[in-house]
Write a protein that binds this ligand. Structure first.
Ligand code: HEC
Ligand code: HEC
Length: 304
């Protein structure tokens, strides 16, 4: 369209800049205009329904639905619609739901919880957090344990037994792992022979001549059988470790070590003895929390 023709069809505002720059006075498009009216209508409705305008020290509260919720201390709160109250209400509802679940778990036996997928999932999710906050400091993430210090809870080797009842007892009452030191009672030679025997129990160097004399000491002068049993398999009632399973919970031993290094680690345990303590949790957790934790730990590596 030429400039002249445009001048005929469209009005200008009448101003001119720099001699010939003019401003058209086009009407607003209808879609835009209606959009604008709608936003005005929307705003007015919004002001009436919801908190909107400041008035003095307060504000207009709106006439939308009231919100009602019960606080932690059982107070019923009724208030005008606002997002803070909505959040409170959601939180309190989630809490009530959780309370309900915990109440149900409280009434259920361990087997019932394991059989019910919803209860099980809830128990594990709570226990996982409890474990991370309270147990992982010693037993490490996922119960992996710390060689020589804190037993692994993720393998199926248990000092105090791996049945649900055993684990529950370990957590509720705590455990004391005690073995006397033998440095004063046995000679270095005797301890060395005992070490040969103990290492041989895990399948290493069985032919060594010292093994036989170590074995004799184990049931004789050493008196080890009193706690570790004549098969050296340990006794879960007193938490005496199984010495035949190739799994070490106190002696700081790993597979990369040489025979001599393994013996050294075992000798150190026999000389010094052991005083390890698993704290009791019965005063810190509810029965239901202990139940959830025991189920969780049992799942990590439980069984026999
Ligand atoms: C201060 C460190 C510490 C904390 C925290 C701790 N434990 Fe222990 N736990 C131990 C020690 C040490 C033992 C080994 C006791 C022994 O020598 O017989 C142990 C043993 C156990 C056992 C028995 C293992 C077995 O092989 O029979 C279980 C189960 C257990 N802990 C679970 C837990 C749970 C669940 C928590 C958290 C609620 C927890 N522990 C927190 C130190 C700790
Ligand atoms: C009074 C009971 C008692 C006597 C006696 C005893 N032990 Fe122990 N022993 C234990 C207990 C309990 C543990 C496990 C402690 C723990 O887990 O905290 C243990 C652990 C061990 C361990 C570490 C096992 C591991 O998995 O790291 C070795 C090795 C060991 N004993 C060897 C011996 C030998 C050898 C003798 C004899 C000289 C002996 N014990 C005598 C109670 C005893």
């Amino acid at each position: 369209m030429s400039k002249d023709k445009q001048k005929q069809t469209v009005q200008t505002t009448g101003h001119a800049w720099d001699g010939d720059i003019q401003e058209f006075n086009n009407p607003l498009p209808n879609w835009w205009l209606w959009g604008f009216y709608l936003t005005v209508i929307f705003a007015v409705i919004y002001w009436v329904l919801f908190p909107a305008w400041p008035v003095g020290d307060g504000y207009t509260k709106g006439i939308a639905n009231e919100i009602e919720y019960t606080t932690r201390d059982g107070k019923v709160v009724k208030t005008h619609w606002n997002t803070r109250a909505l959040l409170q209400k959601d939180l309190m509802e989630a809490r009530a739901q959780q309370q309900k679940f915990i109440e149900e778990l409280n009434q259920s036996t361990a087997e019932e919880i394991l059989k019910d997928p919803a209860k099980r999932a809830f128990a594990f999710s709570v226990a996982k957090v409890l474990f991370a906050d309270n147990c992982a400091a010693c037993h490490q993430a996922g119960g992996a344990g710390l060689a020589g210090k804190y037993p692994s809870l993720a393998d199926d080797d248990w000092i105090w037994g791996g049945k649900y009842e055993h684990i529950e007892h370990s957590i509720r009452e705590g455990r004391n792992g005690n073995m006397p030191g033998f440095a004063a009672r046995l000679t270095g030679q005797q301890i060395d022979d005992l070490c040969e025997y103990v290492v041989s129990l895990s399948g290493e160097d069985k032919e060594n001549t010292k093994v036989a004399s170590g074995k004799a000491l184990f049931s004789g002068e050493g008196g080890c059988v009193a706690c570790h049993t004549s098969e050296a398999t340990g006794n879960i009632a007193i938490g005496s470790a199984n010495l035949t399973d190739h799994i070490w919970t106190v002696a700081n031993i790993n597979d990369q070590m040489s025979h001599a290094e393994k013996k050294q680690a075992i000798a150190s345990v026999i000389q010094k003895g052991i005083a390890r303590k698993m704290p009791a949790w019965k005063n810190r957790f509810s029965d239901t929390e202990i139940k959830m934790l025991a189920l969780y730990v049992h799942e990590l590596g439980g069984g026999m």
